[in-house]
Design a protein around this ligand. Structure first.
Ligand code: UTP
Length: 319
Protein backbone atom coordinates (compact mmCIF):
# COMPACT_ATOMS: atom_id res chain seq x y z
CA UNK A 1 0.00 0.00 0.00
CA UNK A 2 1.31 3.44 -0.89
CA UNK A 3 1.56 5.96 1.95
CA UNK A 4 -0.84 8.90 1.72
CA UNK A 5 1.01 12.13 2.39
CA UNK A 6 -1.35 14.79 3.72
CA UNK A 7 -0.01 18.31 4.30
CA UNK A 8 -0.46 19.81 7.78
CA UNK A 9 -3.53 22.12 7.68
CA UNK A 10 -1.52 25.17 8.86
CA UNK A 11 1.29 24.59 6.36
CA UNK A 12 1.06 25.38 2.65
CA UNK A 13 0.95 22.22 0.54
CA UNK A 14 4.38 21.12 -0.70
CA UNK A 15 4.87 21.97 -4.39
CA UNK A 16 3.80 19.09 -6.63
CA UNK A 17 6.94 17.13 -7.45
CA UNK A 18 7.74 15.42 -10.70
CA UNK A 19 9.78 12.72 -8.95
CA UNK A 20 7.73 9.97 -7.28
CA UNK A 21 9.92 6.90 -7.36
CA UNK A 22 13.05 5.89 -5.51
CA UNK A 23 15.43 3.10 -6.47
CA UNK A 24 17.57 1.52 -3.74
CA UNK A 25 20.43 -0.61 -5.10
CA UNK A 26 21.23 -3.31 -2.55
CA UNK A 27 22.72 -6.12 -4.62
CA UNK A 28 26.44 -5.55 -4.04
CA UNK A 29 28.67 -8.28 -2.62
CA UNK A 30 29.65 -6.30 0.48
CA UNK A 31 33.16 -7.76 0.47
CA UNK A 32 34.50 -5.05 2.81
CA UNK A 33 32.29 -6.41 5.57
CA UNK A 34 33.02 -10.12 5.33
CA UNK A 35 32.37 -12.48 7.01
CA UNK A 36 29.23 -10.71 8.37
CA UNK A 37 27.99 -10.30 4.80
CA UNK A 38 28.50 -13.91 3.77
CA UNK A 39 24.84 -14.80 4.29
CA UNK A 40 23.36 -11.37 5.15
CA UNK A 41 23.28 -8.34 2.86
CA UNK A 42 25.29 -5.45 4.30
CA UNK A 43 22.18 -3.28 3.90
CA UNK A 44 20.52 -5.48 6.57
CA UNK A 45 23.22 -4.97 9.21
CA UNK A 46 21.57 -3.38 12.27
CA UNK A 47 22.28 0.24 13.05
CA UNK A 48 21.16 0.34 16.70
CA UNK A 49 17.92 -1.65 16.21
CA UNK A 50 16.95 -1.10 12.57
CA UNK A 51 18.68 -2.41 9.46
CA UNK A 52 20.60 0.29 7.56
CA UNK A 53 18.27 0.02 4.57
CA UNK A 54 15.24 0.96 6.70
CA UNK A 55 16.78 4.38 7.44
CA UNK A 56 17.26 4.81 3.68
CA UNK A 57 13.63 3.95 2.89
CA UNK A 58 12.48 6.26 5.71
CA UNK A 59 14.52 9.05 4.13
CA UNK A 60 12.86 8.47 0.73
CA UNK A 61 9.40 8.42 2.32
CA UNK A 62 10.15 11.61 4.30
CA UNK A 63 11.00 13.35 1.02
CA UNK A 64 7.61 12.32 -0.38
CA UNK A 65 8.75 9.37 -2.52
CA UNK A 66 6.16 6.70 -1.84
CA UNK A 67 7.20 4.16 -4.48
CA UNK A 68 10.45 2.38 -3.68
CA UNK A 69 12.12 -0.25 -5.85
CA UNK A 70 14.79 -2.38 -4.19
CA UNK A 71 17.40 -3.86 -6.47
CA UNK A 72 18.43 -7.00 -4.65
CA UNK A 73 20.88 -9.81 -5.21
CA UNK A 74 21.45 -13.27 -3.86
CA UNK A 75 20.23 -12.32 -0.35
CA UNK A 76 16.89 -11.09 -1.63
CA UNK A 77 14.80 -12.92 1.01
CA UNK A 78 16.03 -10.99 4.08
CA UNK A 79 15.29 -7.61 2.48
CA UNK A 80 11.95 -8.74 1.06
CA UNK A 81 10.85 -10.19 4.39
CA UNK A 82 11.85 -7.07 6.30
CA UNK A 83 9.57 -4.85 4.21
CA UNK A 84 6.69 -7.35 4.25
CA UNK A 85 4.15 -8.34 6.89
CA UNK A 86 5.24 -10.91 9.46
CA UNK A 87 1.94 -12.53 10.40
CA UNK A 88 3.15 -14.94 13.11
CA UNK A 89 5.24 -12.29 14.83
CA UNK A 90 2.45 -9.72 14.57
CA UNK A 91 -0.09 -12.17 15.98
CA UNK A 92 2.18 -13.09 18.90
CA UNK A 93 2.81 -9.44 19.77
CA UNK A 94 -0.87 -8.53 19.36
CA UNK A 95 -1.85 -11.41 21.69
CA UNK A 96 0.53 -10.02 24.31
CA UNK A 97 -0.79 -6.50 23.79
CA UNK A 98 2.75 -5.31 23.00
CA UNK A 99 1.72 -2.41 20.75
CA UNK A 100 5.14 -0.71 20.75
CA UNK A 101 6.91 -3.73 19.29
CA UNK A 102 3.94 -4.48 17.05
CA UNK A 103 4.29 -1.02 15.49
CA UNK A 104 8.04 -1.50 15.11
CA UNK A 105 7.38 -4.75 13.22
CA UNK A 106 4.67 -3.21 11.03
CA UNK A 107 6.41 0.11 10.25
CA UNK A 108 8.76 -1.04 7.44
CA UNK A 109 5.87 -2.34 5.31
CA UNK A 110 3.90 0.90 5.84
CA UNK A 111 6.63 3.31 4.72
CA UNK A 112 5.95 3.15 1.00
CA UNK A 113 4.80 0.93 -1.78
CA UNK A 114 7.82 -1.38 -1.92
CA UNK A 115 8.83 -3.36 -5.01
CA UNK A 116 11.72 -5.71 -5.64
CA UNK A 117 13.73 -6.61 -8.66
CA UNK A 118 16.66 -8.96 -8.86
CA UNK A 119 19.94 -7.86 -10.37
CA UNK A 120 21.16 -11.41 -10.94
CA UNK A 121 24.89 -10.88 -11.18
CA UNK A 122 26.27 -7.85 -9.34
CA UNK A 123 27.67 -6.23 -12.45
CA UNK A 124 28.05 -2.80 -10.91
CA UNK A 125 26.00 0.15 -9.73
CA UNK A 126 25.23 1.37 -13.27
CA UNK A 127 23.86 -2.06 -14.12
CA UNK A 128 21.80 -2.10 -10.90
CA UNK A 129 20.24 1.25 -11.90
CA UNK A 130 19.56 -0.07 -15.41
CA UNK A 131 17.63 -2.99 -13.87
CA UNK A 132 15.11 -0.37 -12.63
CA UNK A 133 14.32 0.90 -16.13
CA UNK A 134 11.04 -0.93 -16.72
CA UNK A 135 9.67 -0.02 -13.26
CA UNK A 136 10.72 3.63 -13.47
CA UNK A 137 9.63 4.24 -17.07
CA UNK A 138 10.15 7.64 -18.65
CA UNK A 139 10.20 9.65 -15.41
CA UNK A 140 12.92 11.27 -13.33
CA UNK A 141 13.70 9.16 -10.25
CA UNK A 142 15.84 9.17 -7.12
CA UNK A 143 18.58 6.66 -6.32
CA UNK A 144 19.56 6.10 -2.68
CA UNK A 145 22.39 3.67 -2.01
CA UNK A 146 21.22 1.11 0.52
CA UNK A 147 24.37 1.28 2.66
CA UNK A 148 24.77 5.05 2.63
CA UNK A 149 23.11 6.80 5.58
CA UNK A 150 22.34 10.49 5.70
CA UNK A 151 21.56 11.79 9.18
CA UNK A 152 17.76 11.51 9.63
CA UNK A 153 17.58 15.23 10.56
CA UNK A 154 18.99 16.35 7.19
CA UNK A 155 16.86 17.38 4.22
CA UNK A 156 19.38 16.66 1.46
CA UNK A 157 17.03 14.60 -0.71
CA UNK A 158 14.24 17.19 -0.60
CA UNK A 159 16.73 19.86 -1.62
CA UNK A 160 17.91 17.70 -4.54
CA UNK A 161 14.31 17.11 -5.68
CA UNK A 162 13.70 20.84 -5.51
CA UNK A 163 16.79 21.52 -7.67
CA UNK A 164 15.68 18.89 -10.22
CA UNK A 165 12.22 20.49 -10.45
CA UNK A 166 13.69 23.93 -11.12
CA UNK A 167 16.72 23.07 -13.25
CA UNK A 168 15.69 19.72 -14.81
CA UNK A 169 18.36 17.18 -15.81
CA UNK A 170 20.08 15.13 -13.10
CA UNK A 171 21.30 16.09 -9.64
CA UNK A 172 24.09 14.50 -7.59
CA UNK A 173 24.96 14.99 -3.92
CA UNK A 174 28.45 16.34 -3.26
CA UNK A 175 30.44 16.23 -0.03
CA UNK A 176 33.70 18.13 0.42
CA UNK A 177 36.31 15.62 1.63
CA UNK A 178 40.00 16.02 2.58
CA UNK A 179 42.28 15.61 -0.50
CA UNK A 180 43.73 12.35 0.85
CA UNK A 181 40.25 10.75 0.81
CA UNK A 182 39.13 11.74 -2.69
CA UNK A 183 40.59 8.59 -4.28
CA UNK A 184 37.77 6.58 -2.66
CA UNK A 185 35.00 8.46 -4.51
CA UNK A 186 33.75 9.76 -7.81
CA UNK A 187 34.95 13.38 -7.97
CA UNK A 188 33.15 16.28 -9.66
CA UNK A 189 34.56 19.23 -11.60
CA UNK A 190 32.19 22.10 -10.84
CA UNK A 191 31.36 25.71 -11.55
CA UNK A 192 29.16 28.06 -9.50
CA UNK A 193 25.48 28.70 -10.29
CA UNK A 194 24.74 31.70 -8.07
CA UNK A 195 22.92 29.48 -5.55
CA UNK A 196 25.22 28.89 -2.59
CA UNK A 197 24.73 25.13 -2.26
CA UNK A 198 24.16 24.34 -5.95
CA UNK A 199 26.91 23.88 -8.56
CA UNK A 200 26.94 22.90 -12.20
CA UNK A 201 28.84 19.65 -12.70
CA UNK A 202 31.07 19.94 -15.75
CA UNK A 203 32.81 16.58 -15.43
CA UNK A 204 33.21 13.51 -13.23
CA UNK A 205 36.25 11.35 -12.55
CA UNK A 206 36.06 8.01 -10.72
CA UNK A 207 38.48 7.56 -7.81
CA UNK A 208 41.16 10.07 -8.89
CA UNK A 209 44.63 10.46 -7.36
CA UNK A 210 44.62 13.60 -5.17
CA UNK A 211 46.95 15.38 -7.63
CA UNK A 212 44.59 14.71 -10.57
CA UNK A 213 41.33 15.40 -8.72
CA UNK A 214 39.41 18.33 -10.28
CA UNK A 215 38.04 19.32 -6.86
CA UNK A 216 37.47 18.04 -3.34
CA UNK A 217 33.81 17.32 -4.07
CA UNK A 218 33.03 13.63 -3.66
CA UNK A 219 29.84 12.17 -5.12
CA UNK A 220 27.91 10.43 -2.32
CA UNK A 221 25.07 7.91 -2.51
CA UNK A 222 22.10 10.12 -3.38
CA UNK A 223 21.11 10.92 -6.96
CA UNK A 224 18.10 12.34 -8.77
CA UNK A 225 18.38 11.06 -12.31
CA UNK A 226 16.79 12.05 -15.56
CA UNK A 227 15.47 9.00 -17.46
CA UNK A 228 18.01 9.93 -20.18
CA UNK A 229 20.54 8.09 -17.99
CA UNK A 230 19.03 4.73 -19.07
CA UNK A 231 19.94 5.28 -22.73
CA UNK A 232 23.52 6.08 -21.73
CA UNK A 233 23.74 3.08 -19.38
CA UNK A 234 22.35 0.82 -22.08
CA UNK A 235 25.31 1.65 -24.29
CA UNK A 236 27.68 0.79 -21.43
CA UNK A 237 28.39 -2.93 -21.63
CA UNK A 238 27.41 -4.53 -18.27
CA UNK A 239 30.41 -5.45 -16.21
CA UNK A 240 32.78 -3.08 -17.96
CA UNK A 241 34.85 -1.33 -15.31
CA UNK A 242 32.67 -2.68 -12.48
CA UNK A 243 31.10 0.04 -10.37
CA UNK A 244 32.22 3.06 -12.35
CA UNK A 245 29.46 2.73 -14.99
CA UNK A 246 27.11 5.16 -13.24
CA UNK A 247 29.90 7.74 -12.99
CA UNK A 248 30.67 7.19 -16.70
CA UNK A 249 27.01 7.72 -17.60
CA UNK A 250 26.80 10.84 -15.43
CA UNK A 251 30.04 12.11 -16.99
CA UNK A 252 28.38 11.86 -20.42
CA UNK A 253 25.29 13.73 -19.17
CA UNK A 254 27.51 16.32 -17.43
CA UNK A 255 29.33 16.97 -20.73
CA UNK A 256 25.91 17.91 -22.15
CA UNK A 257 25.47 20.46 -19.31
CA UNK A 258 22.52 18.71 -17.65
CA UNK A 259 23.97 17.70 -14.27
CA UNK A 260 23.91 19.80 -11.10
CA UNK A 261 25.32 19.09 -7.67
CA UNK A 262 23.89 19.93 -4.26
CA UNK A 263 26.71 20.56 -1.80
CA UNK A 264 25.90 18.69 1.41
CA UNK A 265 27.40 19.92 4.66
CA UNK A 266 25.73 17.47 7.04
CA UNK A 267 26.52 14.02 8.35
CA UNK A 268 26.68 10.97 6.12
CA UNK A 269 27.90 7.46 6.87
CA UNK A 270 29.01 4.54 4.73
CA UNK A 271 27.74 1.56 6.70
CA UNK A 272 29.46 -0.79 4.25
CA UNK A 273 32.78 0.31 5.76
CA UNK A 274 33.57 -1.31 9.13
CA UNK A 275 35.00 1.76 10.87
CA UNK A 276 32.27 4.06 9.56
CA UNK A 277 29.64 1.49 10.54
CA UNK A 278 30.87 1.57 14.14
CA UNK A 279 30.85 5.38 14.20
CA UNK A 280 27.29 5.39 12.85
CA UNK A 281 25.98 2.98 15.50
CA UNK A 282 27.61 4.98 18.32
CA UNK A 283 26.41 8.34 17.01
CA UNK A 284 22.81 7.24 16.43
CA UNK A 285 22.68 5.38 19.75
CA UNK A 286 23.79 8.60 21.54
CA UNK A 287 20.95 10.49 19.81
CA UNK A 288 18.25 8.03 20.84
CA UNK A 289 16.06 9.34 23.68
CA UNK A 290 15.43 5.80 25.01
CA UNK A 291 19.06 4.59 24.93
CA UNK A 292 21.15 7.74 24.66
CA UNK A 293 21.45 9.07 28.23
CA UNK A 294 22.62 5.77 29.73
CA UNK A 295 24.80 4.93 26.74
CA UNK A 296 26.48 8.36 26.72
CA UNK A 297 27.43 8.14 30.39
CA UNK A 298 28.88 4.65 29.81
CA UNK A 299 30.70 5.95 26.72
CA UNK A 300 32.27 8.85 28.63
CA UNK A 301 33.49 6.46 31.28
CA UNK A 302 34.84 4.08 28.65
CA UNK A 303 36.71 6.89 26.85
CA UNK A 304 38.18 8.07 30.15
CA UNK A 305 39.32 4.49 30.74
CA UNK A 306 40.95 4.43 27.30
CA UNK A 307 42.64 7.73 28.11
CA UNK A 308 44.19 6.12 31.17
CA UNK A 309 42.00 7.74 33.84
CA UNK A 310 40.63 5.40 36.47
CA UNK A 311 36.97 4.63 35.73
CA UNK A 312 34.40 5.94 38.21
CA UNK A 313 33.15 2.53 39.29
CA UNK A 314 36.73 1.50 40.19
CA UNK A 315 37.12 4.70 42.21
CA UNK A 316 33.86 3.90 43.99
CA UNK A 317 35.06 0.42 44.87
CA UNK A 318 38.43 1.76 46.06
CA UNK A 319 36.83 4.44 48.24
P1 UTP B 1 29.48 -0.65 -3.06
O1 UTP B 1 30.63 -0.48 -3.93
O2 UTP B 1 29.50 -0.01 -1.72
O3 UTP B 1 29.04 -2.17 -2.85
O4 UTP B 1 28.18 -0.23 -3.86
P2 UTP B 1 29.75 -3.53 -2.77
O5 UTP B 1 30.42 -3.84 -4.04
O6 UTP B 1 28.69 -4.44 -2.28
O7 UTP B 1 30.77 -3.29 -1.55
P3 UTP B 1 32.21 -3.87 -1.28
O8 UTP B 1 33.12 -2.82 -1.83
O9 UTP B 1 32.33 -5.21 -1.95
O10 UTP B 1 32.26 -3.97 0.21
C1 UTP B 1 27.30 0.81 -3.48
C2 UTP B 1 25.85 0.36 -3.48
O11 UTP B 1 25.50 -0.20 -4.74
C3 UTP B 1 24.98 -1.50 -4.59
C4 UTP B 1 25.50 -1.99 -3.25
O12 UTP B 1 24.62 -2.96 -2.69
C5 UTP B 1 25.56 -0.71 -2.43
O13 UTP B 1 24.32 -0.40 -1.83
N1 UTP B 1 25.40 -2.33 -5.74
C6 UTP B 1 26.71 -2.40 -6.06
C7 UTP B 1 24.46 -3.05 -6.43
O14 UTP B 1 23.25 -2.99 -6.13
N2 UTP B 1 24.86 -3.84 -7.46
C8 UTP B 1 26.17 -3.95 -7.82
O15 UTP B 1 26.45 -4.68 -8.77
C9 UTP B 1 27.12 -3.21 -7.10
Amino acid sequence: MGRMITPHPSRPAAPARTVRKAVVPAAGLGTRFLPATKATPKEMLPVVDKPAIQYVVEEAAAAGLDDVLMVTGRHKRAIEDHFDHAFELEQALAAKGDTVRLDAVRDPARLASIHHIRQGDPLGLGHAVLCARRHVGDEPFAVLLGDDLVDPRETLLSRMLDVRDRRLGSVVALLEVPPEQIHRYGCAAVEPTGEEDVVRVTGLVEKPDPEHAPSRYAVIGRYVLDPAVFGVLERTAPGRGGEDQLTDALQELAAGGTVHGVVFKGLRHDTGDKADYLRTVVRLACDRPDLGPEFVSWLKEFVAELDGARPTHHRDIAA
